[in-house]
Design a protein around this ligand. Structure first.
Ligand SMILES: [Zn+2]
Length: 131
């Protein structure tokens, strides 16, 4: 059976946990061809839970394995789709992050990719919010 359809539920993928969630939008094939899967991920966003943490002033630390992640683009920032998530996460208050890492966080920045070991080191220094 062909489960392609001319409509698809739009999904975004959470930057922090990598979980796809419905945006509530429906995508329609312009020529009404059955070209799409039931769900289509169109971009990155934050899921409800991580949006709330972001709104509460937390920045998410996402542990990535550099060996399994793609190489950073020319501006040296790992793109979300290249990151190989190890599944380890931590949330830090933005001002705590700025103090610990000695780097300011841009207002719109919701997450930072870190190398294995960083979160472990942090947990021995500060107590991150449970996620
Ligand atoms: Zn999430």
């Amino acid at each position: 059976m062909n489960d392609k359809s001319h409509v698809s539920l739009e999904q975004h993928v959470c930057l922090v946990c990598g979980v796809a969630f419905d945006t509530g939008s429906i995508l329609l094939d312009r020529r009404l061809r059955a070209s799409m899967n039931r769900h289509t991920a169109t971009g990155w966003d934050l899921c409800t839970e991580h949006r709330k943490l972001f709104d509460d002033g937390f920045v998410a630390l996402i542990e990535c394995d550099p060996k399994l992640s793609g190489s950073p683009s020319s501006n040296d920032r790992l793109r979300p789709e290249q990151a190989y998530r190890t599944g380890r996460l931590a949330h830090l208050k933005r001002e705590v992050f700025a103090r610990v890492f000695n780097v300011p966080i841009a207002d719109g920045q919701s997450c930072v990719f870190v190398e294995p070991g960083v979160i472990e080191r942090l947990q021995s220094m500060v107590v991150p919010a449970t996620c």
